[in-house]
Design a protein around this ligand. Sequence first.
Ligand code: EPU
Length: 428
Amino acid sequence: MEKLKIAGGYPLKGTVRISGAKNSAVALIPAAILADSPVSIEGLPDISDVQILKGLLEEIGGTVEFSNHEMTVDPSSMISMPLPNGKVKKLRASYYLMGAMLGRFKKAVIGLPGGCHLGPRPIDQHIKGFEALGASVTNEQGAIYLRADELRGARIYLDVVSVGATINIMLAAVRAKGRTIIENAAKEPEIIDVATLLTNMGANIKGAGTDVIRIEGVDELHGCRHTIIPDRIEAGTYLILGAAVGEGILIDNVIPQHLESLIAKLREMGVPIEAGDDQVFVGPAGKFKPVDVKTLVYPGFPTDLQQPFTSLLTRAEGSSVVTDTIYGARFKHIDELRRMNANIKVEGRSAIINGSVQLQGAKVKASDLRAGAALIIAGLIAEGITEVTGLEHIDRGYSHLVEKLNGLGATVWREELTGEELEQLKNA
Ligand code: EPU
């Protein structure tokens, strides 16, 4: 097991190229199950979630090749093998195997998903959707059993706007009989990306990216080639990092429209930003004004950037309030930031950050993926050396992190944990 060491306090400069979107990748790969011939996905990020999904598709009999960011999945010999344990527990997005396998085989057994611990993360809306399409869904000893004689299109109103439920219902509905209408659907760019892949496979989907999605079921889907969208959360992380410690950073391979809420907040703080067609330049800021941020569903401020943004706000001249309306308990990074001298209070769903403190290097632990990003940004701001453990979370979502940071002039490296440090982590 390794830790990340960061020599903080130095300005960064240069260009960073953004990888393919993690939250698209984890849905696009299971979507390939629905085809009857090979599906190729280009531009995938090198992250552990992608490797785990590759292994899961192989477990159910798929032939999967993955090199140079391109994955080709031949789903023709897949079977509806139960996946109650093992790799499915390692990532949240294994829930997409439910929709995809139900759509193709009309049955699936999938263990309850793992992933980041951000407080309660129910999947009741996914299940509501599957049941509306005619499946019986039961939870037996920690695994979800889905069975249907046939799937029939239905009108489904989501009680909570959910990215996962919207995509999962699309996956199950594309091969159902008749029309499905998903109302109060989520509108995230990743949903459009998945709908684009499915459409290229022969599905009939209208309205992805709006809150009403209409799907006419088809009997079969075929292989195709698809290029994934850039990761707006990775791009946002580098934008925040550029604001915090940059002396001019160009973020390359982005869709600036996907980052409007973040760019608006950064400008409000006084950060100079220029957006081009597929690049965003973040210039050096003098002083930062404090701002209040509330996370919302897309196109609002993304919950996934709330934690990294908190680290930036420790540099603002005054008090800022960050409120997470999506995950009210996504504040595990705050205790760690406090170890680094941050002055932050948590009250309910809000963190109150008193800025203008100098962060100091410390030994900290990433409890989840975006907490990890927050601690890395804090480590780059801080004076001295910061050591971050919990890298398994960060490796789930940030492709070539050390290379990208060092490419911007940072001094960041991985080191094996000592026996004593491993013991301390186990007992923590
Ligand atoms: N919710 C329900 N019932 C459901 C589903 C969701 O109550 O059946 C609630 C959740 O508890 C949450 C809200 O609805 O309060 C939104 O959850 P959503 O389903 O949209 O989240 P998700 O699909 O599980 C994806 C991303 C997350 C990201 C959220 C919100 C993937 C694999 N994960 O999760 O990404 O935070 O949308 O945008 O796409 C991350 O990248 O670090 C990450 C956690």
